[in-house]
Design a protein around this ligand. Sequence first.
Ligand code: SER
Length: 634
Amino acid sequence: MTPGDLRQAYLDFFANKNHAILPSASLVSENDPTTLFTGSGMQPLLPYFLGQPHPKGSRVVNSQKCFRSQDIEEVGDNRHTTFFEMLGNWSFGDYFKQEQLAWIFEFFTDVCGLDPKKLYVTVYEGNQDLDIPRDEEAAEIWKKLFAKKNITDKRVFYYGNENWWSRVGEPTNMPDGEPGGPDSEIFYDFGVELKDHENSQFADQKCHLNCECGRYLEIGNSVFMTYVKTKHGFEELENKNIDFGGGFERILAIMNNDPDIFKTELFAEAIKTLEVLRKAGDSYENNPKPYRIIVDHLRASIFLVGDGVRPSNKGAGYVLRRLIRRAMVQSRKLGIAQDEWLSNISPLLITHYLQTYEYLNEKSPEIYKIITAEVDKFRKTIKGGIKALKKIFGKAIGGIDPDNLPLGMKLENNIIRVDGGEVFRIYETYGLSPEISQEIMTDWGLAFDEQTMKECEEAMDKHRELSRSSSTGMFKGGLGENSEITTKYHTATHLLHSALRQILGQHVQQKGSNITGERLRFDFSHPQALTKEEINQVETQINNWIESDLSVAKKTMDKQEALDAGAIAFFIEKYPDQVTIYTIGQDLENDWISKEFCGGPHVDKTGEIDRVVFFKEQSCGAGIRRAYIRFEQK
Ligand code: SER
């Protein structure tokens, strides 16, 4: 199967089981301030696990573009990439464990033709403290499925947190309102001959399915999304959901009979071309790392730019900048000029995606232009940056140039302490981010100590005047701990909407909104600027509602019934026949102040949110205003 065949086979398999095929959502998460990127197939579908009906029904399938910036450092081994595609099928309270495990086993063995004797699975061992039982049901289903293929030896293994999935990992990390559940992972065994655990750095540990030695490759994960974390602990969700994610590149690697995903069709041509262009360094076989970093980072950059990200010093733009610069540092090692890799490699990397992601055909010239501009910018300063870097650590180790080490001098694993502010200045002046500086130094056998990195991050934070939550998010790339604050801002959105309609008039309609951990931005139709008086009135009204500690309640009902009850919905055509409505009021039947179509989540009582400050108002196109509110700092 070609990459395109595999993607299509998966979609067809589940379409035949009455799943609606969804297009891939953007790589950039729009209204989810808890994360910068779409890191798994389920992320854009979050509201539907929490009970909102999906317009396409209760069974959906897709292949989702994903990006995990937290994996940047991992890229270089045979199986990690930052960008990847996740094959996903979902049941929103429809089918459950029995069907899911049987179907996915059938897909892997009968459709992809994987040898069932090479497959192993894991299930959740339970957690008494959280009152979540051991998943014997899944284990039994698996045993029967293997038995049908005449495989009766031990195939099912129990694990703890490794078999729990939520966007933030283990149960104790989950903020209130976050869904999660036990899961069951499928592994492919490449066999001892391919991955020699005994002779690897893991030799002193026992090899097992989740061992890092790489013998077993995880290819798919069925999450039984059945819990939501609340103030009172773990509560069962109304719906028993399935969230399956399969590693598209990894499945291809197995079908290619080689654990190196960079040897699949997706990358093979690009890597071969890099080898031809190479004027220094080793071949791919002898030292694959620089090649893997270049092709991964370039492919990811193309997709990020394609979804609207632009290089910058903040948020997603900073991650993109880091990818491009990191790829450039690696290409220096191979003696390849950046303009060469850009023009020669990019087309080879996107060719497998042009049919599925048609926009790439049209957008690619623009994408290359943006990446080229960034490359040119960094090219002008990278040399100076490396020189400055040599100078600061030259001071620290007695003025030695790492490229001219005296014979017999060893700099293996030397941890050095320098002023973090100086490392930051190299970033500011030459664009070498601390991570890139650190990486260049690794090649010289040197590393900054922790204190140096800490000082450097402090200098960067100060420079950007960013709050802690957004800077942690930026470096880790994962979720901040601000799910709770997002929920509060969601409820504040309804209050603001309602206050605007009450004070300015019923012509006010929501046109869009955007929440970050720091504020809510709200666009609405209104012909002129708000007066100071109107702003004060809106702010006072919202704060009065907050102080009155009104109830917030969710109800699922018929779309027409909701409209008849006075619920407002401004994207009405987007809603399915069954909808969820949030009502806010003293008396939810007769005395409510807001009733809106919405997926939630929301707080239970308005008193849970802090007083708001209406701090900015501006024009945002003809007849549209943009308002900003934030919570008052206590
Ligand atoms: N959400 C799960 C994962 O990312 C399965 O789709 O692994």
